[in-house]
Design a protein around this ligand. Structure first.
Ligand code: NAD
Ligand code: TYD
Length: 362
């Protein structure tokens, strides 16, 4: 049986990946999750999986701990989700992003290399997948797409840290023939998304009858992919991708931010009108749920205008394509939040309150 080290597996995408791998492989897979449990990671998310995985609380920057994990569990595959992932937080505190995203990745690379190298040769069938982002490519104008050949042009501290990590991964491939691959995905949405990112934040505020902060004029464009489709892409790239290659992941689903907010309002209103049982999660009158909640606020510093991914390579080489249409995925996501308000309450901690108050004082 193969053993996977899933770093950052208590966060949004990492936890969805753990759930996907267990539902696909059952007891035929061994998963070791290493997570520092920052504000963004929560064991609540893995509550039902904890008996089927090995969970270790720890930092990917901790060389001693990470080497022990390799020695003790005989890791075959690493999927590195662990990161500081929020652009707005990176603008406030870039240092932490260098620490985790760059130094943490480099430490994982070193520990994997040492553990996998025997007599100057790598063990057979070992692989390291770096989960990266389309944000490393910078910002697009009204036309065009990011391909794997698009030059890196990061514009936020978050994107700069992810780009640096990618460059280290590529340097290890070239210098040490290290068996690594990189995926660069567009914006994800789905269950277990911490409510400081756009979609879960909007859902939370609508239910509370609070204003919906839209940065600038709301015309910035993101390319949205349902999280399970991203997990499937990672699985296929890890096992069937060509070592040393980068694979872009995205679903040609570009939306302006203000459009996302309006769609979310429309669906919540509709679901409430047709399902009276959902009214119990409303902390406002149903009549208050309308576009008047939208509030255009001060723009993000250096706000990237548009992201759009060209997924031709992963589609043609690995037959991956997005299976969940946005129209279905967004309803599934909203329903999940309506039915899992306890999760939202549990993950919304003191730290979140401090952060929220600082960012959204209008
Ligand atoms: P997230 O912030 O929800 O989760 C990150 C996880 O990493 C958390 O569980 C956190 O506790 C853990 N972590 C943070 N620092 C750590 C450290 N030093 N050691 C160990 N664990 C640590 O992020 P996410 O949205 O799930 O993103 C996961 C990965 O996917 C990131 O690398 C991100 O750059 C990338 N990505 C995200 C998106 C997206 O839309 N969310 C899109 C493309 C790529
Ligand atoms: P976000 O979810 O933070 O993802 P990213 O910055 O990685 O793309 O933001 C998605 C888009 O939504 C981005 O253009 C910024 C915008 N946004 C708002 O307009 N209001 C908000 O409160 C947040 C969190 C984001």
């Amino acid at each position: 049986m193969k053993t996977y080290l899933v770093t950052g597996g208590a966060g949004f995408i990492g936890a969805n990946f753990v759930k996907y791998m267990l539902s696909k492989n059952g007891s035929g897979v061994s998963l070791v999750v290493l997570d520092k449990l920052t504000y963004a990671g929560n064991l609540k998310t893995l509550e039902t999986e904890l008996t089927d995985i090995k969970f270790i609380r720890g930092d990917i920057c901790d060389a001693k701990l990470v080497s022990e994990v390799f020695t003790n569990y005989g890791i075959d595959f690493v999927v590195n989700f662990a990161a500081e992932s929020h652009v707005d937080r990176s603008i406030e505190n870039p240092q932490l992003f260098l620490q985790t995203n760059i130094l943490g990745t480099q430490n994982l690379l070193d520990c994997a290399m040492k553990s996998w190298m025997i007599d100057q040769m790598y063990k057979k069938d070992v692989r390291f997948l770096q989960v990266s982002t389309d944000e490393v490519y910078g910002s697009l104008g009204d036309v065009g797409y990011f391909s794997e050949k698009t030059p890196l042009n990061p514009r936020s501290p978050y994107a700069a840290s992810k780009s640096s990590a990618d460059l280290f991964v590529q340097a290890y491939v070239e210098t040490y023939q290290f068996p690594a691959l990189i995926t660069r995905c567009s914006n994800n949405y789905g269950p277990y998304h911490f409510p400081e990112k756009l979609i879960p934040l909007i859902i939370k505020n609508i239910l509370e009858g609070k204003q919906l902060p839209v940065y600038g004029d709301g015309t910035n464009v993101r390319d949205w992919l349902y999280v399970e489709d991203h997990c499937k892409a990672i699985d296929v790239v890890l096992h069937n991708g060509r070592v040393g290659e980068v694979y872009n992941v995205g679903g040609h689903n570009e939306r302006k931010n203000v459009e996302i907010v309006k769609i979310t309002i429309d669906h919540i209103k509709n679901l409430m009108e047709n399902n009276p049982e959902y009214h119990r999660v409303l902390k406002t009158e149903l009549s208050n749920i309308n576009y008047d909640l939208i509030k255009f606020v001060k723009d993000r510093k250096g706000h990237d205008k548009r992201y759009a991914v060209d997924p031709t390579k992963i589609t043609t080489e690995l037959s991956w394509y997005p299976e969940t249409k946005f129209e279905d995925g967004i309803v599934k996501t909203i329903k999940w939040y309506l039915e899992n308000q306890k999760w939202v309450e549990d993950v919304v901690s003191r730290d979140y309150q401090d952060y929220y108050n600082k960012m959204y004082l209008w």
